[in-house]
Ligand binder design. Sequence first.
Ligand code: SF4
Length: 698
Amino acid sequence: MTATHCPYCALQCAMDVAPADPGVTPTVTPLEFPTNRGRLCQKGWTSAEVLTTPDRLTSPLVRRDGELVPTDWDTALTLVADTLLRLRAEHGPESVAVFGGGGLTNEKAYTLGKFARVGLATPNIDYNGRFCMSSAAAGGRRAFGLDRGLPFPLADLDGAGAILLVGSNPAETMPPFCTHLSGAQEAGGLIVVDPRRTPTAALTGDGRGLHLSPLPGTDLVLLLGLTQILWTEGLVDRDYLAERVNGVDELRASLAAWWPERVERVTGVPVTQLRAAARMLAEASPARGGRGTYVLTGRGAEQHAHGTDTVTAAVNLALCLGLPGRVGSGYGCLTGQGNGQGGREHGLKADQLPGYRSIADPAARAHVAAVWGVDPDSLPGPGKPAVALFESLASPGGPRAMLIHGANPVVSLPDVLRLTERLGDLDLLVVSDFVLSETAALADVVLPVTQWAEETGTMTNLEGRLLLRARATLPPVGVRTELEVWSELAERLGSPVEFSADPAVVFDELARASAGGVADYAGFSHQRLRDGDALYWPCPAPDHPGTPRVFLDRFETSDGRAVLHPVDQTPPDDELTPELPLYLVTGRVLQHYQSGAQTRRVPTLNSVEPEAYVELHPLLAQRLGVAAGDKVAVHSRRGSCEAVARLTEGIRHDTVFMPFHYPDAGAVNRVTNAATDPISGMPELKVAAVRLTRIGAA
Ligand code: SF4
């Protein structure tokens, strides 16, 4: 048995993987761990099935006469290196772009960031975590000077008297998380903000809390309204604000226009519910001697063209209640991807270096360059966020080659047909994957790589806790780790420094590169994790116990005080019109993860949710002449997709929902909007104006 962690979401549930003969699917059993408490969701229980998927790639593929054909590693890597060297000589280093994934281990995230900036000398790197938590990261940094998904242990939620969950559906995305909501449920204080009656929203039933169902794109206004009620009813924590927070007067003035009746008109949430929610949050808060209150945000708050402002409105609410930096209360963001947190800490993001340092900061560049053994002036500056990066591909002066690792953008990008249409015009598209994903199928070179249980690496979960995901089984013959791929490519490209393929060696370098940064890993090592520690950053020394709770004494701002930023209503980028009269929201289902490249290959999961569906209210269906099971088309300003109609009373009459795990005609991202947040670069995946037409009976 090998103790390790699930390959999927940021809860990083602990599990044992039993040894198995080559080609035989290992058995998975859950382990006790503070995040999952001996539980796994259906994805976790079946996670070993992806190790033995029949369509596993075991040799590189290169495109010849339009077809991908098997070849050997030397031929594939020679083709990649020669083409990159030619492009660099002819068009400069910016002619190469790199796109990573939030499921890559810390070692891989760190090495890919270094490989792009040193091995390729290009600024053009970003990752799919841009679509995951970038708005919360930006909102957290501007309020607290630091972004750590949850700045407290998950188990702290257990004792809360009230929890406000904005735009998150953990009952499907990370079910074991919901054990941490039971305290608030018992106190009748679980408040879920979602336009749908999701399984999470249903947890508020029977007096266990409130479900607020706002019009899509109006969560920001709802949060302004709740905060204004706190002020008008004398429920804010004035002592805390005076002691720990700047910008109070400006915030208060900015809220004046958001009286509850106006908020009801904009959001559709009744004043009675707004007042009840604000009072529940205040009653449980420390200022009133309550059990504790938490405000938590997810993708529903973030994936908007003004997602940073929506998160800021949630942070403002939490600060007015006096929550952040107090034991037993707080604000946090629920990261989705397995290593979405670690990816942005170690340099996958266009504007960041390891240690969560800004790539534009001269001191940060000097520190990281010294660890890497290069001249700081040789490091490129900030690159473009994901949407802009894909828009620039094969454009005049834009990248002519792209390397994709741990991502499937052909399914997951917004406005996906437009943003990926120029992948075919590149001189070289290289995709590393363990199967022929939808993106790999378009590549010029496909490199077959190891997957989760076949390699050792660390992950940083949604709490900022570092875990060792240990190798539990041998990979099939013919595949390599991505660390081996980058090490070999760097050598062939004449990199000024070597790249180790040993994850423990890479981790030690990562720890040195992060030392002194806000996400300080200097005290961590693989050995320490093997010895049983699973510790929170910052951890600046080997004898440091890690930091489960941050902000207890001060925030990471220049004066140690948090900052309230006034924000205001901004309507969705897509306007409803008579031709496009409905809002579309997107999300996940229990059985699938992200683009579905892994979970669609697990028969147990795929048999439950095999195809794209669109959820709509029976009254809307009647108006459109649609019956349950009919095939319908969903049209927006970008394009159309197809899905099977599912009728439910748990959704607003003006809103439809689609999951985003499916490719081809079922890809909802053919319809979604790529308008981005000017601060975070997050696209507006969560709201689009659409119409439905019936295609026919299924
Ligand atoms: Fe746990 Fe998430 Fe894996 Fe489910 S998918 S078992 S919640 S880590």
